[in-house]
Write a protein that binds this ligand. Sequence first.
Ligand SMILES: [Zn+2]
Ligand SMILES: [Zn+2]
Length: 125
Amino acid sequence: MQCPKCDAEMAKVVFSSIEVDRCTGCGGLWFDLMEAEQLRSVRGSETIDTGDAKEGRFWDAERRINCPVCANTPMIRMVDNRQPHIHYESCPGCFGIFFDAGEFRDYKKETLLESLREFVAGKRP
Ligand SMILES: [Zn+2]
Ligand SMILES: [Zn+2]
């Protein structure tokens, strides 16, 4: 599979028997439907996001990309509703998700820190 952002080859990475694709160029990560949600709850899964967050921020500006799986389907820019500073691309066809380098680490951090914060603030039972 080719990276939808920088066109480099994407390599398979397996964590906790979930297979994702990581770009050998920009370090972006591709998740199939629900894989990001599944991996988010697995301890240590942030280690798959080995890319440079600086590189990720550069590619984050690249917004018009096509889904690497569905070929000519443009992906939709999404904002994580719990962490609005995180933007990722989602495919309306296969529901795959692309995270730029560093974004999955960030996305993942939320479950630990922010849920604790919400708990302390009394937003959760
Ligand atoms: Zn790439
Ligand atoms: Zn797709």
